[in-house]
Design a protein around this ligand. Sequence first.
Ligand code: ADP
Ligand code: ADP
Ligand code: MG
Length: 471
Amino acid sequence: MLNKVLIANRGEIAVRIIRACSEMGIRSVAIYTEPDRYGLHVKRADESYSLGEDPIAGYLDPLKIVNLALETGCDAIHPGYGFLSENAHFAELCEQKGITFVGPKSAVIARMGDKTAARESMIAAGVPVTPGSEGNLADLTEALTVAEGIGYPVMLKATSGGGGRGIRRCNSAEELKQQYPRVISEATKAFGSADVFLEKCIVNPLHIEAQILADGHGNVVHLYERDCSIQRRNQKLIEIAPSPQLTPEQRQYIGELAVKAASAVGYENAGTVEFLLTGNEVYFMEMNTRVQVEHTITEQITGVDIVQEQLRVASGLPLRYRQEDISYRGFALQFRINAEDPKNDFLPSFGRVTHYYAPGGPGVRVDTAIFTGYEIPPYYDSMCLKLIVWALSWEEVIARGRRALDDMRLQGIRTTASYYQQILAHEDFQNAHFNTSFVPDHPELLNYKTNRHPTEVTLALVAALAAHAGW
Ligand code: ADP
Ligand code: ADP
Ligand code: MG
């Protein structure tokens, strides 16, 4: 078993990994940059080290991080999600310096991180992929020819893209001409690669993804699926496990496809295979070679601690579960509580959390790194808290979600919480009838009343009275 692990991340996922280490008797080492000096992951780790003033640079410096891991006597690095988690060069550097990278081999990351290379691997393995271009596009002329062949609408996608960025739907040649330079520029800025490719746009699909676990002894299992169809701008907002929209046959088929995909590329550790589903058609979309934001809901329905399994597998141990050992129970929902103003086009709303009261009670889990008084820095992701609820039935999990969202108090910043209440109150959601167009199809759900907390109202009243009375 590993003795000491450096966590190359911040925020809630760093705290999540520290918790797993702590339960397993593994020492944890946090890294931080100056804006994160008072971050929860810094406080909770056994040791923590500053990687400089720049908010981001330290978290993205492979050499500095690997050297620190060596100097502090760590035997492994857990990359979390985002940052360097899908950086093959980082994983390779770990391999060269004798540090265990908690994830698949660097060659597998390189292959699956490149969306066109991943598609080729899947085609070779007999996994159905979304119809699209063969490899990257040379130029706009080729894009137009390929699109003509596939038929509009098409999706223009950055080959190294992630986090919902570098993707544009094009309904016509005209739109493709317009979007082509935009996607290239976005991809170059965000991912350092100008490579793009085309896929057929699957209209109104479900986003269904399967969680897999694989060890270094050739064992691969799936932990069933998650439905992440509730998205805005191709980014997930609410995630559900298992999908309330699949038949048992579809569930089994998708789980088996994911195992097939992972086995075909010699995958090790935890990973997610993402699919688009329309009617009875299933298409491979991409594989995320890391722990995902929404791994939590799979943990709630299966009882498997995915982060602990990652650490066990990384230390060379075989999986503790065969496929037949894994079952699921009930439903889980995860709400990504983002520091954003849904009413203002989801504009980030960073600042001080003046008051935070955590929801609790039966079936409620919160993964976060915020606390009352915490100042959310503007340099990072706007997701500041994950609220996860579990219950035996679909009806009950919705009721529990509504209750838990209502329990929570998060003041000082705007968040997506009230917007989620509107989604949960919608009958299509309650009837488990939704796809990736749910959010754009229901702009009216943004017309809710902003719920000012009584203290804010009271303060405003006192201020008004004071002004009036000339206090
Ligand atoms: P998940 O697939 O786990 O649901 P998201 O797509 O929400 O994850 O991404 C999780 C985090 O990782 C976000 O902060 C996102 O911006 C970042 N991220 C994902 N893919 C990439 C990428 N290719 N390059 C840079 N950042 C990425
Ligand atoms: P990322 O790496 O940013 O997660 P994905 O390739 O996983 O990018 O796509 C993100 C989302 O974009 C999907 O969940 C889906 O809603 C939408 N999307 C991507 N490709 C297609 C497609 N070919 N047809 C329809 N929707 C798509
Ligand atoms: Mg994706």
